[in-house]
Design a protein around this ligand. Structure first.
Ligand SMILES: Cc1cc2nc3c(=O)[nH]c(=O)nc-3n(C[C@H](O)[C@H](O)[C@H](O)COP(=O)(O)OP(=O)(O)OC[C@H]3O[C@@H](n4cnc5c(N)ncnc54)[C@H](O)[C@@H]3O)c2cc1C
Length: 379
């Protein structure tokens, strides 16, 4: 029987980063994945690092997103140094293009909303936006520059995190999925794999929208998959420096010259097929935003599943089973929230306190909602 201080189910960016933090704190930690690590949502993502809320319901996540973004430069430096790998971090800001004919009102609303949340945002006239990003369409009427936002190559980042975790002492077991938590009374004693028990003082579930398939976890992780289709383009005569957004699309430049365009948002179960309609939507919005992309080569298309909780907020923290923690439901912001998630889980495990309030994201909130009882935090 394997024995660790901490056992993690799920080897994506979240499980990998938690393992790295825990290993660096000097604990024995292992990651168990049902397949090769780093091949799911963390691979499929766009890698935009933006704490700006997409809708009013996401405002509750802004402090967490800001805290995570602030950790990013140091986090990336550490991961790159330990792994010896590059992550394609681009702290160059993002630019949101507005096409509406009433941009004056729209612009002041967006700027006021951002400033109200303590997020930096600057209004730009169309000509100034095009001076920064000449690829932008002539139809753009105004823009918002968010200079503190960034992007990262999520595929490189995930691989580098897993390598750094491994080099720091974390053991990684691909093709070793968790079947159930190993429960003894009100305590979680580790994980049950297909043919083996893993004993651990702490167990962390970071298996995204598959978390609920691990027996004993479903009440804490009502996470459904939200499919996103993406395309990677390459255009010799189009240069994009920052992440560009419009209402319909984002374009994310990579250091290798690719431009990642995405993404659809579909609730289609666990289906990951790329469809003609999905790619048509992406390409047509991409060309509207940056017309030079009409001549771009399509290098790759893919789809991934975002982990979407009922309130679209992450599910983070201890459960009412002693020793069991959850880190999932990061929806469209899992790459952004990676450093803070790893930090908070490590703090809870090593110090039983956290430096950023995470009660709002408790895995117990769904149980409380379902049973009508108030949530009770474990000691
Ligand atoms: C199209 C798309 C675009 C996105 N864009 C962005 C973006 O721009 N910015 C951003 O911040 N976020 C973005 N996201 C969200 C982000 O990618 C995810 O929130 C994040 O990758 C989740 O990481 P994870 O480690 O929880 O999941 P995953 O990377 O999916 O890792 C979970 C792992 O658990 C494993 N697993 C499953 N079942 C079991 C089991 N029973 N036992 C053990 N292991 C198991 C899986 O094999 C997998 O390796 C995007 C997502 C998608 C799909």
């Amino acid at each position: 029987m394997k024995k660790f201080d901490v056992a993690i189910a799920g080897g994506g960016v979240i499980g990998g980063a938690i393992a790295l933090e825990i290993a660096r704190a000097g604990l024995r930690v292992a990651v168990f994945d049902r397949q090769q690590t780093g091949q799911e949502a963390s691979w499929a993502s766009a890698g935009i690092l933006s704490p700006a809320p997409e809708n009013p319901g996401m405002v509750a996540m802004v402090p967490l997103g800001k805290a995570s973004l602030a950790l990013y430069p140091e986090f990336v430096a550490q991961v790159e140094e330990i792994s010896g790998m590059n992550t394609g971090f681009r702290p160059k800001g993002t630019l949101e293009a507005l096409f509406s004919h009433d941009t004056k009102a729209e612009l002041s609303t967006i700027i006021a909303l951002h400033h109200g949340l303590g997020l930096k945002a600057e209004p730009l006239r169309a000509e100034d936006a095009r001076e920064l990003e000449p690829a932008l369409s002539e139809e753009v009427e105004a823009a918002v520059l968010r200079p503190e936002e960034a992007s990262i190559d999520n595929r490189l980042l995930t691989a580098a995190i897993l390598e750094a975790a491994n080099r720091s002492g974390a053991e990684i077991f691909p093709a070793n999925g968790a079947k159930a938590i190993w429960r003894g009374g009100n305590r979680c004693a580790g994980l049950l794999l297909q043919d083996e028990k893993v004993e651990a003082r702490w167990t962390v579930i970071a298996a995204r929208c598959f978390s609920a398939t691990i027996e004993g976890i479903a009440p804490y992780t009502p996470v459904r998959p939200a499919k996103g289709q993406m395309a990677a383009l390459r255009a010799d005569d189009v240069t994009i420096e920052r992440v560009l957004w419009s209402e319909k699309i984002y374009l994310v430049p990579r250091n290798d010259g690719r431009i990642v365009a995405g993404a659809t948002l579909e609730h289609a179960g666990f289906d990951k097929r790329v469809t003609a309609g999905g790619i048509q939507k992406i390409l047509s919005a991409a060309i509207d935003l940056a017309p030079g992309l009409a001549n771009a080569r399509i290098e790759e298309t893919w789809a991934g599943l975002r982990p979407d909780s009922p309130d679209h907020l992450p599910i983070l923290g201890p459960t009412d089973i002693e020793g069991l923690l959850v880190a999932t439901g990061h929806f469209r912001s899992g790459i952004l929230l990676t450093p803070i998630t790893a930090r908070l889980i490590r703090e809870w495990i090593t110090e039983q306190r956290v430096s950023v309030d995470w009660d709002r994201f408790s895995p117990l909130r769904f149980r409380a909602a379902n049973s009508g009882t108030t949530k009770k935090m474990p000691a």
